[in-house]
Design a protein around this ligand. Structure first.
Ligand SMILES: Nc1ncnc2c1ncn2[C@@H]1O[C@H](COP(=O)(O)OP(=O)(O)OP(=O)(O)O)[C@@H](O)[C@H]1O
Ligand SMILES: [Mg+2]
Length: 159
């Protein structure tokens, strides 16, 4: 399964969905979150972090660009490149993060820096619909994530 589409009708549904997604993620996975301001990218990141036992409050990473969190089940990098300026890409300290193959990487606004990441990743786009509705499109770039999406789709169908 290369794509999975989930329609969320409210905040809670997005959080429930993010929790199910988290239960299908493994250490070292990379997830991109795209979509307009207020789409729900950070909401999903927070839920995933909670699942992996991060007790610290996840704050916006857009000024620091990158923040590392230590969860009981995994370490996690939260990246937000909304404010990334051209030429800044080279001193983000991504090398260290990408060598760290046991940490989860959750990146908001990956756009401009997408090529700096490995191709093996899950790409999520959140599209605003009417009112609180969201269309969440998950795209697997490789077989690893295709299998992950199959697992997730079974979890969603169960309830
Ligand atoms: N179905 C929904 N799913 C997710 N969030 C929703 C939904 N309906 C309403 N919301 C609201 O939308 C907002 C999403 O905020 P969030 O910070 O996650 O956006 P974001 O995509 O990270 O934006 P930014 O680009 O500014 O970082 C929250 O205030 C949340 O309560
Ligand atoms: Mg955000």
């Amino acid at each position: 399964m290369k794509k999975l589409i989930f329609y969320s009708s409210c905040l809670k549904e997005t959080q429930d969905f993010a929790r199910k997604l988290a239960s299908c993620l493994n250490k070292g996975d990379i997830v991109f979150f795209s979509g307009p301001i207020g789409a729900g990218k950070t909401i999903m990141v927070k839920e995933i972090a909670k699942f992996f036992g991060v007790k610290d409050k996840i704050t916006s990473a857009s000024f620091s660009l990158m923040k590392k969190y230590f969860g009981t089940k995994a370490e996690l990098y939260h990246i937000d490149l909304f404010r990334l300026e051209e030429g800044e890409m080279f001193n983000l300290g991504f090398e260290e993060m990408l060598e760290d193959e046991t940490s989860l990487i959750l990146a908001e606004w990956p756009g401009a820096a997408a090529d700096f990441f490995p191709k093996n990743r899950l790409e999520i786009e959140i599209i605003l619909q009417k009112e609180d509705k969201r269309k969440i499109v998950l795209t697997a770039t490789t077989k690893t994530y295709q299998k992950m999406l199959e697992k997730l789709s079974k979890k969603i169908k169960r309830n």
